[in-house]
Design a protein around this ligand. Structure first.
Ligand code: SAM
Length: 249
């Protein structure tokens, strides 16, 4: 057992998300934290390594976007997604916390940077999460690959690009009636209008926009839940690089 470095913050979890990790999940968070901090000495994985900041900005923040699927909100929770893809996972956020939360769900940690995925493979070897796998490639390419296109129940995207770029990466990967969670910081009416326009082309609608305040530093976050209501036209995603060069919306 590793010596504990990460705060537990049971009260903060409960007061902000109405959820709290089990002792086993907390121990897995600890493994994840220590693995990332150790690897960060030779890989540029994250600037956030101080325990409290890591808890808030990586763990709590990742979980906030999953709260649509957990009891405790003002609406019934959505069913647990069976197949999840985390687009641009980087050092594993929010996909790794999703895999720790839902041990029966398949989670694909997708990134185009193979170096980060090799680190995640090593980290996954230290955790009992056989259903979590890394996936190398560009979201635009996998979105046109029949092995991945419209096969996921949930796509997650945090800190990967502009909101309509993320929507174009995510929507083709999700099956009809599935969901996308877009993690954002500040949120504006202009972004909402632009996302709504893009979603008309991609086959979805904004279901909910939930503002959060981070529990330690009172930062502003928004999680945008998108519902896929129609098949995405074959022309999306556009070729590699185009969504970022010419964003929809
Ligand atoms: N999601 C993580 C987080 O919130 O900590 C990592 C964010 S990091 C700033 C963005 C990641 O997205 C990078 O690792 C990058 O390689 C990946 N990425 C950017 N565009 C991508 C694309 N089109 N397909 C796959 N991965 C992409």
């Amino acid at each position: 057992m590793l010596p504990t470095m990460l705060p537990t913050f049971s009260d903060r979890w409960r007061s902000t998300l109405d959820w709290c990790p089990t002792p086993e999940q907390q121990q897995h968070f600890e493994v994840l934290y220590q693995g990332i901090v150790a690897a960060n000495q030779h890989l540029n994985l994250t600037r956030i390594t101080e325990p409290e900041a890591f808890w808030e900005k990586h763990l709590w923040d990742s979980m906030s976007g999953l709260s649509f699927f957990l009891p405790g909100g003002d609406r019934d929770p959505l069913p647990t997604p069976a197949r999840i893809v985390d687009i641009g996972t980087g050092s594993g956020f929010p996909g790794l916390p999703a895999g720790l939360l839902w041990t029966q769900s398949e989670v694909a940690l997708l990134d185009s940077t193979v170096k980060k995925l090799r680190f995640l493979d090593e980290l996954l070897a230290t955790l009992p999460l056989p259903q979590v796998k890394t996936l190398a490639g560009r979201a635009e390419a996998l979105g046109q690959d029949p092995r991945h296109r419209e096969t996921y129940d949930l796509a997650l995207a945090r800190a990967v690009g502009g909101v309509t770029i993320c929507a174009e990466y995510a929507m083709p990967l999700v099956r009809r009636e599935g969901y996308v969670v877009l993690y954002r910081g500040q949120w504006s009416a202009a972004e909402e209008a632009s996302l709504s326009r893009a979603l008309i082309q991609l086959g979805g609608v904004i279901d909910r926009i939930t503002p959060f305040q981070t529990p330690l530093t009172q930062g502003v976050r928004h999680c945008i839940l998108v519902h896929k209501t129609a098949d995405t036209p074959e022309s999306y995603p556009r070729p590699v690089g185009v969504p970022a060069q010419k964003p929809l919306g």
